[in-house]
Design a protein around this ligand. Structure first.
Ligand SMILES: [Zn+2]
Length: 262
């Protein structure tokens, strides 16, 4: 094929991936929003389960005290019971041993992580519920899957499907998983995604009988801890934490009122 022919083929391939992005859209059952996501909820669950071990390895493994893991499970389950009983996602809550990193993560499909570095700075169960509730919000908001769909657009690569079916026991599979986890750890959600997750968090806390104001306390704790270059995930894409706290206050007022009217 001559140079011109190759160019035409390249353009056709690029067009197909752009068209694929804009036509593959799914309505999110929790937000009602149409999202450009080409994978199913079951794929998201497979991706999360496949990449969870690698995620844990990157942060020193699971924290070895079973009582601490049980606390995260208990809080997570209480939130799910109150708000998401029939979810298609498979939620698991893990405390990571790393006590230097102050962070929390959610993989697509429901694998949720909080580092010991963040957990040890929290002083109440409500605050832990605030962190976990926010991360559950990223899962049901499908923010990770949406992020991958955008990457698919630029790379022309179906990374998501690869990770969902990757075999961690062969080198190619584990390399795909490692690349994916590195990507998730370093990714920054957009401002809208963070606010949406904060909103979900407020609703989950209220429904489960936790104090929603604990989410504001968590913001204050993170603000204090955010010295140096490495910003915690909660703050990463937010130039103005005050603004986010203000939005949280509005959200708390709104959902408390809505609850009273029920
Ligand atoms: Zn977040």
């Amino acid at each position: 094929m001559n140079g011109k022919g190759k160019l035409v083929v390249a353009i056709v391939i690029a067009l197909f991936s752009v068209v694929g992005y804009f036509f593959k859209s799914q309505k999110n059952p929790y937000t009602g929003e149409n999202q450009h996501i080409s994978i199913s909820a079951a794929d998201e669950v497979a991706i999360g389960l496949n990449s969870a071990p690698e995620m844990m390895e990157q942060f020193g493994g699971e924290y070895p005290d079973a009582r601490v893991q049980a606390l995260a499970d208990k809080v997570g389950e209480r939130l799910l019971q109150a708000s998401l009983q029939n979810s298609e996602y498979q939620f698991d809550f893990h405390v990571l041993a790393d006590d230097q990193t102050i962070n929390a993560f959610a993989l697509p499909g429901g694998q949720i992580f909080i580092t010991m570095g963040l957990l040890k700075r929290l002083s109440t169960e409500d605050q832990l519920a605030g962190v976990i509730g926010h991360e559950i919000g990223h899962v049901i908001g499908r923010h990770g899957a949406e992020h991958m769909a955008k990457q698919e657009l630029s790379q022309g690569l179906v990374m998501a499907t690869q990770v969902a079916t990757a075999d961690p026991n062969n080198p190619a599979g584990s390399a795909q998983i490692a690349a994916f986890v590195a990507n998730m750890v370093n990714m920054k959600y957009g401002r809208e995604d963070e606010l949406e997750s904060d909103n979900f968090g407020v609703q989950f806390l209220i429904n489960a009988g936790y104090k929603p104001e604990a989410m504001i306390e968590v913001m204050e704790i993170l603000k204090q801890a955010a010295g140096g270059n490495r910003q915690p995930e909660f703050m990463s894409s937010h130039p103005s934490p005050e603004n986010r706290i203000e939005k949280l206050q509005q959200s708390i007022e709104y959902y408390k009122k809505e609850l009273q009217e029920k």
